[in-house]
Each structure stands twice: as structure tokens, then as C-alpha cells.
Design a protein around this ligand. Sequence first.
Ligand code: AMP
Ligand code: MG
Length: 265
Amino acid sequence: MNIIKPGDLVDLNDYAPDFTGAYEKKGQTKRRLKKLHKQLLKLQELLYAGNQHALLIILQGMDTCGKDGTIRRVMAGMNVQGCDVVSFKVPSTDELSRDFLWRAHRAVPPKGKIGIFNRSHYEDVLVVRVHSLVPEDIWSQHYQQINDFEKMLVESGTVVLKFFLHISKDEQKARLESRISDPTKHWKVMESDVRERAYWDDYMQAYEVMLQKCSTDWAPWHVIPANKKWYRNLVITECIVETLRKLDMRYPEPSVDITKFTIGD
Ligand code: AMP
Ligand code: MG
């Protein structure tokens, strides 16, 4: 996993999507992942009990990069009551009649909770840029507007964790082909997947600019090698656990004097 530092120049060719660190196969990570899930559950409870912070997890990446799979695997280690997932689709007419951050802002988790964005306000500097859905003088302002928005969130007690799930073009081909050859995956196949794949290079460029301009001290981007699903799940879970641990949360003082508290028969 790589954290982009503010001001870094990003060339995605420098980041290997099939990197798996010290591990060679899935089996080697199972125990560690299980342990992390236990820790995550405890930290999530602390987050809920303390009610001082919220955690916003943003997932971005090309089609088939594994956003859904990550959500499934990461949430397996959480109490679902304290976690909300929001998927960002093509904006509705109502959403389009507002500023682009409106729908993101209203989906930000409240204190005590974890929110996961499956795609996000970053689509407004990705698909919107690649297809010129609004004029350049409009989308080019979005980078700074996003940074300011996220700064405000962080200053208000929301921790913002951003993951770019980096897969190779070959891996996407293999994943799309396996969807086509598996009847139980046909429902997932979209015309847009093939259409957008033709814009691969434009997307890579848009992602590089996004990583460069929107990796900030308060909300840096993490580039996740995502060709191997098990490694992707491991590093993301590690990062979430580490981030929550750094908050150094404590259970709040009881609201009653426990020593004088007796439970009636
Ligand atoms: P999926 O995540 O596969 O369900 O697809 C959602 C689709 O909505 C993707 O093709 C996104 O690019 C598209 N989308 C999300 N946000 C926006 C946006 N702000 N403008 C245009 N398209 C968007
Ligand atoms: Mg899709």
C-alpha cells in the first residue's frame, strides 16, 4: 500500500497492481485477517460508545476493481448496525439540480458510525472529466472544492480514508471475461463496462491527477494493489484498524455512579 504525499507526482505505472508484499498466497493471510476483524469489531464499538468521531471510507477504482468485494469482506468484520454503505450512481435529475457535493455531504456518516462510499464525489473529476459531462472550467474547480469539503469534514470529527483500488488492464479483461462465462454473474455485466474500458488511458490520467491534487495532509489517498483480492482485503482492513487505533479512543465515563447501582430483583 502506498500513501500519496501532498505534492507527489503520480505515475500509476510505478505502482504494481499485483504486488502482494511479504505474502505469496491467500492462505498465508487468513489468520492475520481473522485477528484484524476481531480488533476491528472492538474498535468499532469504541467508536460508537465514544460518539466523538465518524469514519468515512471512500472506495474508487475502475469497473471490476473490487469495490463490492471489499465492502463485503471488510464489513464481515463489523457490526452492521454501526455501518452504512452508500453507492454513487449516475446522478438523478434532483441531484443534478444541486451542487455536486450535496449528495455526498448528506451521505457522510454521523459521529459514532462508519460510512463506506462505493464511488463518491470523486466521480466528478473522473467520469465527468473523461467524458466532458460539464465544461472544463467547472470540473477543474472540483479538486479544490473537494479538498475544502474534506477539510471541513475532518475538522468536524470525521476521519476520511480514501482507497484507490488499482488493477491492471489485463486483470480487468480477465474479470470481465469470467463474468461473461459465468451465468450467475451475467446480471453484473453492463454495456458501460466495455464502453468505459475503451477509455482506460484517459481514466488512468484522470486518476493520476486526482491522486496528485486531492491527496492532502488531512485526507491522503492510498493506492491499493488490487489484482489479488486477498491482498487488497488485507491491506485495507489493516489500514482501517490502524486508523481507528490511532484515535486512541476510550470508553466514556458512565452516566450513573456504578458503585451505587443495584439491579432490583
Ligand atoms: P456501478 O458502480 O457499477 O453501479 O456504476 C455506477 C455508474 O455511475 C458508473 O458508471 C459511474 O461512473 C456512474 N456515476 C457515478 N457518479 C457519477 C457522476 N457524478 N456523473 C456521471 N456518472 C456517474
Ligand atoms: Mg459496474
